[in-house]
Design a protein around this ligand. Sequence first.
Ligand code: DAH
Length: 345
Amino acid sequence: MKEKIEEIKNLAKESIKTAEDLKALDEIRVKYLGKKGELTAILRGMGSLSAEERPIVGSMVNEAKDDLEKIIKDKEELLKTQELEKKLEKEKIDITLPSDKIRRGSKHPINRVIEELEDLFVSMGYDVVDGPELETDEYCFERLNLPKGHPARDMQDSFYVTSEYLLRTQTSAVQARVMMANKEKTPIRVICPGKTYRRDDDATHSHQFGQIEGLVIDKNISLADLKGTLEVFVKKMLGENSKLRFRPSYFPFTEPSYEVDVSCFKCGGKGCNLCKHTGWIEILGSGMVHPNVLKMNGYDPEVYSGFAFGTGLDRLAMFKFGIPDIRMLYTNDIRFLNQFDRKED
Ligand code: DAH
């Protein structure tokens, strides 16, 4: 009996060794260790053995079973690893293969204008700052000297989300944020390009548009600084021959306030359809920061002064690139955008 068990065990071991896959291994398990397997059959037939032989044979069979189970388990691990390796080998991707060519996009005209302005102002020592597009009534209006019920609020048709939150109508909101964050620290020299929103929609107005705000605060800032800065800005953006005209105007957050016109860059000031035959094109609002705004946002107006300006990025892009309809900037027509695809950047 002992030899028989030994023989079965050796045969089993041999076939386990040569099993090629998990399925074959499972068949071997059933053949030797299953309910109807060869070793189980010996246990079943123990009734014919003598009382002394029974425990000896029993423990031999169990030992052989344990042995085989262990060998099968090891083999199973080995086969699993081999199968995984084979699978990985088959699924290998050659990442060095060249991909399908995707045509490179072009920079949006508004982003071109923003980048150009950022480069210019950074070269003059300004920081570029950001603010939230969902703004509070406090920062968009109140801290800019536009308390609730102020008639000048009517100049900006707003999208209110709640009575306290609105989509910002002007990047001027960032002025107050920058001042509140710095309180008496000077100099402040920032520009803030970003999206703004108003309830407008026609060929020259969009419900969403871009603005860039500028703010400078220090001791002894005067109107001459504002004029000099705007001159550089306009000449760089619209051509060195541009002339500026300052028209007195009204903005609640500046005093005095000016609207700034630039000599028409299409006709050079002679008069054409672009400048509506006036020779001038209005491009921005500006002024000296109102003492109330300084005071409300942590600066003593007896000590500090500043200037601010704000202009529409869409208008600048339209002028710069001769775009006739503001909606072209937002409809994402590839035929339009492709025209701004230039090799140099
Ligand atoms: N925020 C104004 C607007 O949206 C533009 C403006 C005017 C900004 C005068 C300024 C400023 O900073 O000083 O119409």
